[in-house]
Design a protein around this ligand. Structure first.
Ligand SMILES: [Zn+2]
Length: 446
């Protein structure tokens, strides 16, 4: 199952992705949320939010349809710029988009339980969190001077947070990057050390692709799935700070961890902005194409199997380019249609730059320009930064051909040129094919 986020799709419809900064004469506004967690059974959040005193502020009720049962005493303050409410996390409906109960803990995105102020997106938001009764709270938000920090623009896309009883382990991810891994004791058959090594190994493999690990701080919530094996599901939410939900079957084995694609796929998402303007094909194309390549380079995925996956799965994405256009494509097409686009781009960049650049040159430039999962970029900006880095104009040319219109594509000719031939039980390589060296370079890495 590809980790397809319906809430992310819904977010496309939200207006004002980039809110205008307030007029120069007006000081930037700020709001502070005081959050207190108590009651181990019900997991109750008492929230007081107050904005600065430059004018009245209205707060929207948190929680969409189906979450009303969890909200109590929503009371705007008499000062016209504050609100108090109680949120019963234990009463939230179970779904990854809303809440997930794992024994004595609940996972729920910030966007579910934080009441947003009707202020510009540039408004600074600080949170102070306290937990009583032996409970704890973890978020992906950066912390400075004892306060968690984000902006009002981040609120609708806010990352996952976890409440209750759980464990935290801080793993090195190269340089000053750290992964905070939240676990739920006594649920997985695998021991913590095996999980930690796998997460660290995956971070290393992804770092070789991007040049470094995408974020300085990432919160990964490793949640157990009863009665299942292998890795079940993953999802990244980046508003304000990078967070990842990673569902692991309780019976998962060490071999299944390294055989699974989900963690590396989601880590690729950490290293790219949320691209606005019907661009799921771009984000999912990056991850669908990059993940098998990264795992092949790490030695976890045999190279012939990788090309077998590409040659057997990419035909599912052809219509997205040749009939629908990537702009118009939905569901399945965003993954394999996007992956075809990335393979075409990788080959074109390598050819035109005489192997001085590759698709990674483009992705690294976007990341180093601040384009990680905590921000939102227009597609044109992504493609421009990419092309500036490779000097090949590849992205602009391919986008003009396949994004807003459909155009012909001969995938069979591509496999022939790369020297990839599907057989009954795998692939056969032809090293005399005109682009065989490019094919080998893709899995050799830099
Ligand atoms: Zn994805």
């Amino acid at each position: 199952m590809r980790s397809f986020s319906l809430s992310a799709l819904a977010a496309l419809a939200l207006p004002a992705l980039f809110s205008a900064a307030p007029a120069a004469a007006q000081p930037a506004r700020s709001c502070h949320y005081d959050i207190r967690l108590h009651d181990p059974a019900a997991l109750i959040l008492d929230v007081t939010a107050r904005c600065d005193d430059t004018g009245p502020v209205a707060f929207d009720r948190p929680g969409e349809a189906g979450m009303a049962a969890a909200l109590e005493r929503f009371e705007p303050g008499a000062d016209g710029r504050s609100v108090q409410y109680r949120f019963r996390l234990g009463d939230l409906a179970a779904s990854p988009e809303v809440a997930q109960r794992i024994g004595p803990a609940v996972i729920s995105p910030l966007s579910v339980w934080l009441s947003p102020p009707d202020l510009p997106g540039s408004t600074a938001v600080t949170l102070s969190v306290t937990a009583g009764d032996g409970l704890d709270i973890a978020t992906g938000l950066p912390q400075r001077d004892g306060l968690l920090r984000m902006t009002a623009a981040d609120l609708p896309y806010g990352g996952f947070a976890v409440f209750g009883r759980f464990t935290r382990r801080l793993l090195p991810a190269g340089g000053d990057a750290k992964i905070e891994l939240v676990g739920f004791p006594g649920r997985l058959q695998l021991d913590d050390a095996t999980i930690d090594t796998w997460v660290t190994d995956s971070a290393k493999a992804v770092s070789q692709y991007y040049g470094h690990f995408p974020l300085r701080h990432t919160l990964i919530l490793a949640t157990p799935v009863r009665g299942r094996a292998g890795i079940q599901f993953g999802q990244v939410r980046g508003g304000g700070g990078g967070t990842m939900l990673l569902q692991i079957g309780e019976q998962a084995t060490r071999a299944q961890l390294y055989d699974g694609w989900i963690l590396v796929h989601e880590m690729i998402h950490l290293g790219a902005p949320f691209v606005t303007g019907r661009s799921f094909w771009l984000m999912e194309g990056m991850a669908t194409y990059g993940e098998p390549v990264i795992r092949a380079r790490a030695g976890w995925y045999p190279v012939p199997q990788m090309w077998h996956e590409f040659a057997s799965q990419m035909p599912r994405g052809v219509d997205a380019l040749t009939i629908q256009s990537l702009d118009a494509v939905t569901r399945r097409g965003i993954y394999w249609g996007g992956a075809i686009f990335m393979l075409l781009a990788d080959i074109d960049i390598r050819e035109r730059s005489h192997s001085r650049a590759s698709l990674e040159t483009c992705f690294r430039a976007v990341l180093n320009d601040g384009g990680n999962t905590t921000v939102r970029w227009p597609r044109a900006e992504f493609l421009r930064v990419c092309d500036a880095a490779t000097g090949t104009g590849t992205m602009a040319r391919l986008a003009a051909r396949y994004v807003t219109q459909a155009a012909p594509l001969d995938l069979n000719a591509l496999w022939r040129d790369l020297g990839v031939k599907l057989t009954a039980d795998g692939v056969q390589f032809d090293d005399a094919a005109p682009k065989a060296a490019l094919r080998r370079a893709i899995t050799a890495g830099s």
